[in-house]
Design a protein around this ligand. Structure first.
Ligand code: SAH
Ligand code: SF4
Length: 409
């Protein structure tokens, strides 16, 4: 829902696309890309290089820490590793990270990145500076989406493919690059690493899987990325600061629950008829099954509630009766409801509910004891819902390139 409110109030900064580094796998010269690898993968590569078996684990841990905690981009910075071995590492691996090929910064500080992961695989992530006192990065889990929620522009884009764990983690690393937020940037000597690890004055401390795609149609990769992102010798963003949002892929809710992130459900209606109309996945996994999976989600308490996202669609899901349905259905679930004013996109079949209707809806939920904040829009020109992000950038970039081509002698 966060990404549904991204404003694009600043002109696009078009970066040199040639500088962007495609990732995943190996470089053209056969070197293995370290950023994005798990400890186990690093260890396997070290063993393949011929590193002594009894040293593999220790070396993998050292390298992991340099890559994900310190964010180094040069093997020379790995000062606890002997020069000769550093040269061996450099011959085998690269520390290059993928390039942000386009970046927009809105007046309110929101940053939107288009990152090229591989040829044809371009992913958008959005950094929102002021969510729950500190910033959140909204990451994508797929390019496109197979689901066809009628209010969501992503639903009109076909699925290109699932993102790998590396491609998810690299979105976080790209944001940290852009914010200049590796501990080394603050001076290695002067940094209180323990404090930094636990948040300190870091800006990027929350991750939300609310970008493009359905995370629970890519559950294994999402879980692997959560393991990497939350590793306290690495990026160190705790599992309680990571939220996975799903449209309701019931069988995988327990599976992702075992990895312990916070859960958000795109609910949008609390009766099967309305929900099926706007979210076809509801036919396969109806409300009662979905809400049972929510009740069974591990570790719920008042302090650890499920967020239910509810997009306000005029005349569709916004009447007092819809509010009553919602209150009844959520009974007994530690829940908060985020009311999201609908974000229209070209050709979208809905309008946003009027503000007084949204406020009345929120009042009813609050009266029943449910926290029900209305998500405020950021900036003036709202970019679009999550799914729209990539297509918008593609359109803009295409238009800039067309203009550049016309201007060329
Ligand atoms: N596929 C996952 C993750 C995407 S999160 C999911 O659906 O939960 C994106 C959030 O933005 C979802 O809650 C989605 O329902 C909401 N959204 C999509 N289109 C929107 C729009 N036009 N206006 C407001 N919110 C929208
Ligand atoms: Fe896909 Fe989520 Fe959009 Fe539905 S709301 S189409 S699941 S991205």
């Amino acid at each position: 829902m966060l990404c549904a409110y991204i404003a694009s109030t600043m002109p696009t900064t078009l970066l040199d696309t040639k500088a962007a580094t495609p990732l995943a796998g190996r470089t053209a010269d056969g070197r293995v890309r370290l950023p994005g690898l798990s400890r186990a993968e690093i260890a396997a590569h070290l063993a393949e290089m011929g590193v002594e078996a009894k040293k593999v684990r220790m070396r993998a841990n050292q390298i992991f820490n340099w890559v994900y905690h310190w964010g180094v981009t040069d093997f020379a910075a790995m000062t606890n590793i002997a020069k000769g071995f550093r040269a061996d590492l450099e011959a085998h691996f690269t520390l290059a990270r993928p390039g942000v090929i386009e970046r927009q910064v809105s007046r309110d500080g929101t940053r939107k990145y288009l990152i090229r992961m591989a040829p044809g695989i371009e992913v958008e992530s959005v950094f929102i500076p002021d969510v729950s006192r500190s910033g959140a990065l909204c990451v994508s889990s797929q390019v496109g989406c197979t689901l066809t929620c009628t209010f969501c522009h992503t639903g009109t884009q076909r699925l290109v493919r699932n993102l790998t764990p590396a491609e998810i983690v690299l979105q976080v690393m790209a944001c940290r690059d852009d914010l200049g937020e590796w501990p080394a940037a603050k001076g290695r000597e002067g940094t209180d690493v323990t404090e930094w690890r636990h948040g300190g004055d870091r800006k990027l401390v929350n991750i939300v899987f609310m970008g493009m795609g359905e995370p629970l149609y890519n559950t294994d990769n999402v879980i692997e990325s959560i393991d990497l992102i939350s590793d306290d010798q690495g990026l160190s963003i705790g599992r309680r600061r990571i939220t996975v949002s799903t449209s309701g892929v019931v069988p995988d809710i327990a599976k992702v629950g075992a990895a312990n992130p916070m859960l958000a459900i795109s609910l949008h209606a609390a009766d099967d008829e309305t929900r099926t109309r706007i979210m076809p996945i509801n036919k396969k996994y109806p409300l009662d099954d979905l809400l049972q999976a929510c009740r069974d989600y591990p570790g719920l308490s008042n302090a650890r509630r499920i967020t239910f996202e509810y997009v306000m669609l005029k005349g569709v899901n916004d009447t007092p009766q819809h509010a009553r349905n919602l209150i009844t259905k959520l009974q007994g679930i530690p829940a908060k409801v985020n009311l999201i004013p609908f974000n229209p996109w070209p050709g979208s079949p809905y309008e946003c509910s009027d503000m007084d209707v949204i406020e009345d809806f929120a009042r009813r939920l609050k009266k029943a004891g449910l926290a029900a904040p209305v998500r405020k829009t950021r900036g003036e020109d709202i970019m679009a819902a999550c799914g729209q992000l990539k297509s918008e950038s593609e359109k803009q970039r295409a238009s800039v390139l067309r203009k550049a081509a016309k201007a060329a002698p």
